[in-house]
Design a protein around this ligand. Structure first.
Ligand code: GLC
Length: 695
């Protein structure tokens, strides 16, 4: 297949081929076509026009087909959502406009897995079978049904309304704090509710408002008061006997195992708020003054001036999903990626009024600095590893290549074995003289979803997962971190933590909840086969094993030593993965599009540096991966469903089925006569990409 060949949208059945014509792999055209399709749907189905319903939102506020998807979804809701979000600072949050926390609306949702042409594809609602969206096989369907059942059992009510989900409903062991609603645990639960066919939006809205209310509490640990913006790690509903009423009790880290405040909670809260808004198109919630204030308080915690010389956020150990001592203090990738994601979501939701404009400017600057820092200094592939291995040390000036004075002898032996020729990843942590080379799945997947990873980096991360499948996926997806700390290292880094022994829990354990993140990243990069393989593994055991929290062992074969059963986010991690793989347009609820304005790093291929003007030119014209998100998304549509987005030339090797189509054509800056390679033919084998620290 040559780069000149065009994409064609067709169906499996040639008889029914109703292709709208050839599409060039040009993002604009693709998006325009999809936008047209939406307009057709709107005319056909509701006889209405979108224009009046699309608020004139700024920039990144979805000037693309994703918006139209949300618009139509909202327009066709038949529920009386009322639109009036309540006062977030009252404890009497009632959500009166939402029909008493009951079921939401009936929504016409586009399904890429059904239909023949693009228009049809968008018109037909996914599955007719209600809650599971129609699984292909019986056992998966029953597992989906069981998962929905488990989810509904986990609902936590406050004054008659659902406000969250229990972390686990394991009656077998001591509840500890698993009987609470964890903010981070609720995210996949909320997403499942938003992505299901009849989106159940009320619980998400209630959760967002309740946690916002809790943010307003004074947070004191001993004699020290935490920042105003800190969001709780968890909360629970208790019956106050003296006042004879239900009250909320929140934990801001004061009762957590390490007494550390959850840095991730606020970020997840903003991300979920954006998902809610994206799904419902109900801007009335995010535009509430209390909600705007809540966002600003969270951001003020992270954007305030200090002693920092890096744009990354300095954190204590145990401040995120890994909430015990695990050597992730400093600048852990999970927090940095969530920080970036939350900044970009807030950028879409913040109103410029009052002090908003100034905050937006600070956000923009930080987004640029943060992406530059992470893309350059956290990125590791074969070439970059080799560079670090050959680093000189003690370089003082601005021209230092080894910016953080990393001593090559500190590179652990396992990395040399682990690093494939194809692939790469963001390492766990970068700080003075310290690179934590461990792989952490959450940070890497969030980097893909938020477009913190460049398209080439995103592709390389998925390559790595494929190349190191046995290590990172094993028998039960997915490893939270790799490799495990053992022996002396385990003793000194974890403080001899008996829960985090090697290949257990946070220390190389396997967490089913992470399936949704892998699936989202796979679809986004046009590699849904990766997710499908992982889902198949999960389907063999997860329900039979009673939905455990985590698995132990090098391959994740054993149910975790202290794993809770019926862990809610194990259930909803599976549900969200299925909902996305069956309807990839659900990805748009959680994923962001690339922002062209963010400065691009200087790309090299096989160590050769591109000339700066070439990179700029490519960046300006959107060619440096510019079409990749849209194109990869369409590839996912094809790979998830019967719909084909095929090339005219069918002479494609088998292996290509799991490679992003965006790579089937070299960006024109590489086919340009002035490029180093002057390639003009298609080549699926991606040369290794690495990022060169600036001079
Ligand atoms: C454990 C996990 C944490 C999770 C909590 C509730 O503490 O480490 O990430 O939020 O359980 O499931």
């Amino acid at each position: 297949m040559s780069p000149a060949q065009k994409l064609e949208i067709s169906c499996d059945d040639p008889e029914q081929k109703t292709t709208p014509g050839n599409l060039t792999p040009n993002e604009t055209e693709i998006l325009e076509t999809v936008a047209d399709a939406w307009n057709n749907i709107i005319r056909d189905v509701s006889g209405a026009r979108t224009d009046s319903n699309i608020p004139a939102n700024s920039d990144d506020k979805c000037g693309n087909f994703a918006d139209d998807y949300v618009n139509i979804k909202t327009m066709l809701q038949t529920s009386s959502d009322g639109g009036g979000a309540e006062n977030g600072d009252s404890e009497e949050v009632t959500n009166s406009g939402n029909g008493g926390g009951g079921k939401a609306s009936s929504v016409l949702k586009p399904s890429p897995s059904v239909g023949m042409s693009l228009e049809n594809l968008m018109e037909v609602p996914i599955g007719s079978s209600g809650k599971n969206g129609g699984s292909e096989n019986g056992s998966a369907t029953s597992m989906m049904d069981e998962a929905w059942e488990q989810l509904s059992r986990s609902y936590v009510y406050f004054k008659g309304q659902r406000v969250g989900t229990l972390a686990a409903i394991d009656t077998g062991g001591e509840a500890l704090n698993y009987n609470q609603v964890f903010v981070r645990d609720f995210v996949p639960c909320g997403l499942a509710c938003l992505m299901k066919t009849d989106a159940d939006v009320d619980i998400v809205k209630n959760f967002l408002l309740k946690t916002l209310h809790l943010q307003g509490w004074e947070k004191r640990i001993d004699n020290f008061t935490l920042g105003e913006g800190v969001m709780p790690a968890s909360f629970k509903v208790i019956q106050d006997p003296s006042r004879q009423k239900e009250v909320l009790q929140a934990d801001f880290g004061g009762t957590a195992i390490g007494r550390v405040a959850p840095v991730d909670s606020g970020f997840w809260w903003i991300i979920l708020l954006r998902s809610y808004t994206k799904c419902t198109h109900d801007y009335s919630l995010s535009e509430l003054p209390q909600v705007q204030r809540g966002m600003k308080l969270i951001l003020n915690l992270c954007l305030s001036d200090g002693f920092d010389t890096f744009p990354t956020l300095l954190c204590a150990d145990g401040c995120s999903m890994i909430d015990r001592r695990m050597g992730i203090y400093g600048y852990p990738i999970e927090i940095q990626a969530l920080f970036f994601f939350a900044l970009r979501c807030a950028r879409q939701l913040l109103k410029p009024e009052h002090d908003g404009k100034e905050l937006i400017e600070r956000i923009d600057k930080r987004i640029t600095a943060l992406s530059y820092h992470i893309q350059n200094y956290y990125w590791l592939d074969f070439t970059q590893l080799n560079n670090i291995y050959r680093y000189k040390t003690e370089e003082y000036s601005h021209t230092a290549v080894n910016k953080f004075n990393v001593i090559p002898e500190s590179i652990p032996d396992w990395v040399f074995e682990f690093m494939p020729l194809r692939g790469g990843y963001f390492i766990g942590n970068v700080s003075p003289a310290r690179m934590d080379f461990r792989w952490f799945l959450v940070g890497n997947c969030i980097a893909i979803l938020s477009c913190l990873a460049t398209p080439s980096q995103a592709t390389a991360v998925m390559d790595l997962i494929e190349e190191r499948w046995a290590d990172l996926i094993g028998e039960m997806p997915l490893k939270i971190a790799y490799p495990a700390l053992e022996g002396h290292e385990w003793r000194s880094v974890t403080g001899c933590d008996p829960k985090n022994t090697r290949w257990s829990y946070h220390n190389g354990g396997s967490w089913p909840v992470l399936l949704w993140l892998l699936t989202a990243a796979s679809i986004k990069t046009g590699r849904p086969q990766i997710a499908k393989r992982a889902i198949e593994l999960v389907e063999q055991r997860l329900a039979k094993d009673g939905w455990p929290e985590y698995y132990d062992g090098i391959t994740g074969r054993y149910i975790g030593k202290q794993a809770r059963k019926y862990q809610t986010w194990s259930v909803t991690g599976y549900l969200v993965a299925k909902l996305m793989i069956e309807n990839p347009s659900n990805l748009l609820i959680i994923s962001l599009e690339e922002d062209k304005k963010i400065a691009k790093p200087k790309l090299t291929r096989n160590g050769e540096q591109l000339r700066i003007h070439e990179v700029r030119k490519a960046g300006q014209s959107g060619e440096l991966g510019g079409a990749s998100v849209a194109t990869a998304f369409f590839v996912s549509l094809e790979r998830c469903s019967c719909v084909k987005i095929s090339t005219v030339d069918s002479d494609v090797d088998e292996e290509a089925n799991d490679r992003p189509l965006m790579l089937t054509k070299y960006p024109s800056f590489l086919t340009d006569a002035s490029s180093h390679h002057g390639r003009t033919t298609t080549n699926y084998k991606l040369p290794i990409c690495s990022f060169v620290p600036p001079l």
